[in-house]
Design a protein around this ligand. Sequence first.
Ligand SMILES: Nc1ncnc2c1ncn2[C@@H]1O[C@H](COP(=O)(O)OP(=O)(O)OP(=O)(O)O)[C@@H](O)[C@H]1O
Ligand SMILES: [Mg+2]
Length: 234
Amino acid sequence: MALLEIEKLDVFYGKAQSLHGVDLNVEAGKIVGIIGPNGAGKSTLLDTVLGLTTRKGSVRFDGRDLAKIAPAKVVSLGIGYAPERGNLFPFMGVRENLLVGAYNARDKIDENLRMVFDLFPVLEARQSQETHTQSGGERQMVSLGRALMTSPKLLLVDEPTIGLAPKVCLDIAAALKKLNEKMGLTIVITEQNVNFAMSLAQEIHLLETGRIRLSGTPDELMKETHIKETYFGA
Ligand SMILES: Nc1ncnc2c1ncn2[C@@H]1O[C@H](COP(=O)(O)OP(=O)(O)OP(=O)(O)O)[C@@H](O)[C@H]1O
Ligand SMILES: [Mg+2]
């Protein structure tokens, strides 16, 4: 049984359909990348796992059907979410933003703060800094940290490299790799940055106009003409 099992997923915003029959299994211990252009449905897919959209089809986590489970409860079951552009509280400090994530894991606050600060030392030195004064990279670290404060088994990360310099992207990649390899965290990451996703994930799915168009290892997808032409201009 996969940790996350998505089957025949259709998602609607009013009458408009944004995901069409998406099937996706995420095995425990893996990093899975979802790549695709603007508007493909990447954020919609992650929002749907949290229970934030109207859907048909099934989403199962750890064998449990997530239908009718409220988003806050989904997080408590073990799914951490770092949404697109972080969605931080701009006029609250780094530490306060991190503590927002800890609502369901209050007994682990010290342990989880230690883990986040070990992963991103720059945050430990700036705990009281309001996040609107931080760099984009630091804010992304707070967003990932806040998701980690929920003690997740599965981490969903929506486009963590958007607008970040290459060096910061490498730092984010290193942190995600460490979480996966050292702590066994299962990660689903969406990216328009195909190189970033390919360098990190063991398995890639290409989402286009709400449908999974191609799936495979990074090596397999790199050989696909459609990927070469559309995403690498070759
Ligand atoms: N709240 C919403 N109401 C109506 N339509 C929406 C809503 N959110 C997303 N959509 C539509 O659903 C489709 C998928 O959007 P989504 O944000 O999931 O794409 P994405 O792959 O995350 O794109 P990007 O890379 O730009 O973040 C788009 O056509 C978008 O306009
Ligand atoms: Mg998006």
